[in-house]
Ligand binder design. Structure first.
Ligand code: NAD
Length: 500
């Protein structure tokens, strides 16, 4: 679609696009074993897009068996790295040439603005797959520094069958953070997208087959958590679960592992990221814009959303009007309109959950200073306006729990030490940001904050080259970068004794 495409152009494409509604097992689109389906509802207007196959334990069994057969056959797991590279680069090309279709499916299914689906999500999906395709024939094994009477080789081997369970907020991007490295090193993957947003993962499976990925190497099972996610987590022939989602469900996967075959588990979970504005930050306008976008981007449905604004009292009076002005410019609109910057919440349940938190904030004594209401109700869709609370204490529910919606909690502090203490006073440790003009302060505070990523004078910046993941109950294991390859492989030592 040209950069001049209008809401009419995107709406026309949305009306024509094929909606994938079946599971993908052993190279084919299939119904679920029991023939059951679930309604896939568009958050844009509440209409049913499709009845999608609802996979359950039987489908999981079939998909894992097929993935195992493919793995043991060696067709992919033992293919030369340059062959796997060829297929992944082809897949990245296909994602690019189908970018409009994938973007419109993502927006229809999940409600994010089309300009984000097209310019951010799908572009990054292609970049991610390309990165791991290009990386895989540049990774060397090792030889240990032994005495001269031995040679000890350290190989990295694929794990086998990897179960990937992902959330709905960046449906295809989160899936690609798993698929890129897991497939590159030779695993077979059984992917379970979130039930709220299965469409792009299903479409990607067809593109992967077109790129030459052998049957069984990528299986995609739509279905809900208890129906499809749990049997995957408990399956004794799955070697690893790579998960992105809530901390609560992440803990369930640890349990499933302990109750079954001690499969490896990698968890990317929730967050309650502090966005800290210190008094020696002189560009308060830039900080305010970043603070607004840091929590309202993707409707606030972002694991690393800067949902706690920790602002120093010395600059608060100057900062807050700038923040409110930036927030007021972010207005909910039709997600298919390229001018829209705030789309629809993923579903009615999430909408109600966020509105409940807004009520709780008021009931616990925080001041609602912007928004707080459901909007665009005439559309039949799910929209909430940007919402800002002031005078929040860090022990209030809205400062402690992950809201996963466009709600910002402002906490005032009187010193750098207090800012650090508030930033760290959370069970999460995914991300944080600080604004300061002092290089000393930047280093000191960044080191003191316990989070997997700390941004200085920016927010949510990064690319595929740097690791992403959390401390504390935000999980463990890292997505992105060369480090992600480590978790999808095991080390094997081959020690050869040498005779004199
Ligand atoms: P969720 O935990 O409810 O669901 C995530 C996945 O787990 C879905 O596929 C779901 O079907 C599955 N699931 C749910 N219940 C299950 C069960 N009992 N057994 C097995 N599987 C089950 O999360 P969500 O609501 O889809 O996504 C929002 C969460 O994801 C937020 O907490 C957010 O912070 C987190 N997230 C984290 C990152 C990160 O990189 N750290 C990125 C994006 C989202």
């Amino acid at each position: 679609m040209a950069s001049t495409a209008t809401v009419d152009d995107w709406s026309a494409l949305a009306g024509e696009v094929d909606i994938p509604d079946r599971a993908f097992i052993d190279g084919e689109y299939v119904e679920s074993a029991g023939g059951e389906t679930f309604e896939c509802v568009s958050p844009i207007d509440g209409r049913v897009l499709a009845n999608v196959a609802a996979c359950t334990v039987e489908d999981v069994g079939r998909a894992v068996a097929g993935a195992r057969t493919a793995f043991e056959s060696g067709v992919w797991s033992q293919a030369a790295p340059k062959e796997r590279k060829r297929v992944l680069l082809k897949l990245a090309d296909l994602v690019r040439s189908h970018a409009d279709e994938l973007a419109v499916l993502e927006t229809l299914d999940m409600g994010k603005p089309i300009r984000e689906s097209r310019r951010t999500d799908i572009r990054l999906v292609a970049e991610c797959i390309q990165y791991y395709g290009e990386a895989v024939d540049k990774v060397y094994d090792e030889i240990a520094p032994t005495a001269r009477n031995a040679v000890a080789m350290i190989y990295r081997e694929p794990l086998g069958v990897v179960g990937a369970v992902v959330p709905w907020n960046f449906p295809l991007l989160m899936a690609s953070w798993k698929l890129g490295p897991a497939l590159a090193v030779g695993n077979s993957v059984v992917l379970k997208p979130a039930e709220q947003s299965p469409l792009t993962a299903l479409r990607l499976a067809g593109l992967a087959a077109e790129a030459g990925l052998p049957a069984g190497v990528l299986q995609v099972l739509p279905g809900d958590g208890p129906g499809a996610g749990q049997p995957l987590g408990l399956h004794r022939d799955v070697d690893m679960i790579t998960f992105t989602g809530s901390t609560e469900v992440g803990k369930l996967f640890l349990r499933y592992s302990g109750e079954s075959n001690m499969k490896r588990v990698s968890l990317e979970c929730g967050g309650k990221s502090p966005h800290v504005i210190l008094p020696d930050c002189h560009d308060l306008g830039a900080a305010a814009t970043a603070a607004a976008w840091g929590v309202f981007y993707n409707q606030g449905e972002v694991c690393n959303a800067g949902s706690r604004l920790v602002v120093h009292e010395q600059i608060k009076d100057e900062f807050m009007p700038l923040l409110l002005a930036a927030a007021e410019r972010i207005v909910a609109g039709d997600p298919l309109d390229p001018k829209t910057s705030l789309g629809a919440m993923v579903d009615e349940t999430q909408t109600r959950r966020v509105l409940d938190y807004i009520d709780k904030g008021q009931n616990e004594g925080a001041d609602l200073i912007l928004g707080g209401t459901r909007v665009r109700t005439d559309t039949g869709g799910f929209y909430i306006e940007p919402t800002v609370f002031d005078h929040v204490r860090n022990d209030m529910t809205i400062a402690r729990e992950e809201i996963f919606g466009p709600v910002l909690s402002t906490i005032t502090v009187g010193s750098e030490d207090e800012a650090i203490a508030v930033a760290n006073d959370t069970m999460y440790g995914l991300a944080a940001a600080i604004w300061t003009d002092s290089v000393d302060t930047a280093h000191r505070v960044a080191r003191a904050i316990r989070a997997g990523i700390v941004w200085v004078n920016t927010f949510d910046a990064g690319d595929i080259s740097s690791p992403f993941g959390g401390f504390k109950q935000s999980g463990f294991g890292r997505d992105k970068s060369m480090h992600a390859l480590e978790k999808y492989t095991d080390l094997k030592t081959v020690w050869i004794g040498l005779r004199d």
